[in-house]
Design a protein around this ligand. Structure first.
Ligand code: PHE
Length: 315
């Protein structure tokens, strides 16, 4: 019997033999039924045989199940050449990428980052910037007015006022953020980003301004040399005011930023003595700079949050 069990190789055969042995009319079942006729010694021997046989069946069953498992695993070869499920890797939005780059460059020049609220009061957006009520320059910026007299920030220049009010001078700061104006075409949207730099100390001059602008544009556009055109301009909060154009790869002039020496009234409005301190401010469009760098034609797509467009533009 023991040999017979060991030679069985399938669970079905083992089950059949088990039933033939321990089933209702099985050989062992019958013998156990007759046990009362046996003497003590023979009873003990039969009990032992019964237990051992059951264990033998159990052991063989485990062995066969293991063999089946191993044979199955051998058959399941892992095909490592199969394509994995596609993985969507996120990237930073071009606006964010340029924000990181611009901030990194300005910080390396010693400008400290500041932020300010997008809903501004009249003082920080206009009045302190030497643009009092009824000043015609308020019309230059198609302002969104809120019912309580506040405005959607039209320029990040508001941040320079907040920075001077809170930290005083000397100060070397930049503000970056969204600004709002009622305009909409391929190169203007109602919401756009601006960056503004401000440097106030003793003996700061226009040539410091131009040097920093030149160094910044070189780094941002990764150009060996930049050719600039400085044109006189007007902003209420700077005097003299300039507009900076950059000679682009196709030899065209691109209007890049407005800048100038901070108007004495602006300094006075922030409690700073203009006879002691002076400096410059510059401001430019963050979207515009990013569009140029990544060679993107339409600013509205840029802010459209359409991932298909972003992918087709290479992001
Ligand atoms: N705030 C100006 C604008 O929005 C840009 C500017 C900033 C000009 C700082 C001069 C100095 O057009």
């Amino acid at each position: 019997m023991q040999e017979q069990i060991k030679n069985i190789n399938t669970l079905e055969e083992l089950q059949a033999l088990y039933t033939a042995t321990f089933g209702k009319n099985g050989t062992m079942t019958m013998r156990l039924r007759e046990m009362k006729n046996l003497d003590n010694k023979a009873r003990a021997a039969l009990n032992l045989e019964n237990t051992e046989l059951r264990e033998l069946f159990k052991t063989r069953q485990n062995e066969i199940e293991n063999e089946i498992l191993i044979a199955g695993l051998k058959k399941q070869k892992l095909d490592v050449s199969l394509n994995a499920a596609p993985e969507n890797r996120g990237t930073l939005h071009p606006m964010t990428q340029s924000l990181v780059e611009i901030s990194f460059i300005l910080e390396s020049f010693g400008y400290k980052p500041y932020t300010g609220p997008e809903i501004e009061d009249d003082w920080h957006n206009f009045t302190a910037l030497n643009t009092p009520a009824h000043h015609p320059a308020r019309d230059m910026q198609d302002t969104f007015f809120l019912p309580n007299g506040n405005v959607m920030r039209t320029q990040t220049s508001a941040i320079q006022i907040r920075a001077m009010e809170s930290d005083g001078v000397p100060i070397k700061m930049f503000g970056i953020g969204s600004t709002y104006r009622k305009e909409m075409d391929a190169t203007h949207g109602p919401m756009f980003g601006q960056i503004e730099g401000l440097y106030i100390d003793k003996d700061i001059t226009m040539s410091d301004l131009i040097a920093d602008i030149r160094a910044f544009l070189k780094r941002f556009f990764e150009m060996d040399e930049v050719v600039l055109r400085i044109r006189p301009s007007f902003f209420p909060f700077t005097d003299p005011s300039i507009e900076v154009d950059l000679k682009w790869k196709n030899d065209k002039w691109l209007e890049i930023m407005g800048a100038g020496m901070v108007h004495p009234n602006v300094l006075r409005n922030c409690g700073i003595n203009p006879d002691e301190y002076q400096g410059f401010a510059f401001g430019f469009g963050w979207d515009r700079l990013a569009m140029l760098k990544y060679n993107l034609p339409d600013l509205r797509d840029f802010r459209g949050n359409d991932i298909r467009w972003l992918k087709s533009a290479g992001f």
